[in-house]
Design a protein around this ligand. Structure first.
Ligand SMILES: Nc1ncnc2c1ncn2[C@@H]1O[C@H](COP(=O)(O)OP(=O)(O)OP(=O)(O)O)[C@@H](O)[C@H]1O
Ligand SMILES: [Mg+2]
Length: 275
């Protein structure tokens, strides 16, 4: 087993592209994005599995209103198979939920690492996209989950605290994991163009202060923005997917556009470089 600080992205040859959704600060919209992006990608014909990679504090089940009897917890403890723990979500994709009782897995022990890796390896051949909904911040479990992904999406809001934390997280990904590029999703924007401006400001700071191992700066790729939209909160309160509840809302249309971009640049791209 490799050192958790060393990135071991899954090669595309094994099957699904592994995409991590992460953030510096909590509560910025990772789970909302993971679930709705999965629905948008499923609509485009992709076979998608969302994995609750926020082992200690998972809440994908809450957003999707699912109450599975079998979860990752049972897989980790050998009580169930992975196939038994995979559930169909309303948006036409599959989910693997952590469930409560995973608190003991919120620390990255060698066992947790092996179990996690085993689960990802075994589901990869059956899907086109594996979305890892991770926790916020730079804990070892989050960094391990992110290290397995071939592409990382960092979600941030325009708030200064979110941007400072995004900077800190990207710095770790660049310096410890030697990530060459990171895709930015700016959520809860007020005006068109905000996300692009924020991304280029962050890029300028990174260029000044952070280099990857090769002496290069990490490159931020602006994937897109999602506007602040009351329909998001309404969908969460109803425990429904925005893509199902309000597919014509501005935020849902933005997620549809993100899915299109991701599909065309990363998922369906033959060389898998996404560049
Ligand atoms: N574009 C948006 N417009 C309005 N509200 C939003 C938007 N995106 C997210 N929210 C609100 O933010 C809340 C938190 O989102 P979410 O649970 O997806 O964050 P998270 O990053 O997964 O949090 P955690 O770090 O705790 O896992 C949502 O329940 C919703 O009310
Ligand atoms: Mg979440």
């Amino acid at each position: 087993m490799s050192d958790p600080s060393t990135p071991t992205p899954m090669p595309p040859a094994l099957g699904a592209r592994v995409l991590a959704v992460t953030s510096g600060k909590g509560g910025v919209g990772k789970t909302f994005l993971s679930a709705n992006l999965a629905a948008a990608l499923a609509r485009r014909g992709q076979r998608v599995l969302v994995l609750d990679a926020d082992l200690g504090l998972a809440n994908l089940d809450v957003v999707l209103n699912l109450h599975p009897k079998i979860t990752l917890h049972d897989v980790f403890t050998g009580k169930a198979t992975i196939a038994e723990a995979i559930v169909k979500a309303p948006g036409g994709f599959s989910v693997l939920l952590a469930g409560s009782g995973m608190v003991e897995y919120s620390r990255l022990t060698p066992e947790v690492r092996d179990e996690f890796l085993g689960v990802i390896r075994s589901v990869m051949p059956n899907y086109d996209v594996l979305l890892l909904d991770t926790g916020a911040g730079i804990s070892d479990v989050v960094l391990f989950a992110v290290s397995l992904a071939s592409e990382v999406m960092v979600v941030a809001t325009p708030e200064p605290t979110s941007l400072t934390d995004a900077y800190a997280a990207i710095k770790v990904l660049a310096t410890q994991h030697k990530r060459q590029h990171v895709r930015m999703v700016i959520n809860q924007t007020a005006r068109p163009g905000d996300g692009r401006a924020i991304t280029s400001q962050l890029q300028q700071v990174l260029d000044r202060f952070v280099t990857t191992g090769a002496g290069r700066s990490v490159r931020l790729i602006h994937l897109g923005d999602i506007p602040v939209d009351p329909a998001v909160r309404e969908a969460v309160m109803r425990r429904q997917l925005l893509m199902v509840n309000a597919p014509g809302s501005p935020a849902a249309m933005a997620v549809t556009e993100l899915a299109r971009k991701l599909d065309e640049t990363v998922i369906s791209r033959a060389d898998g470089t996404g560049n």
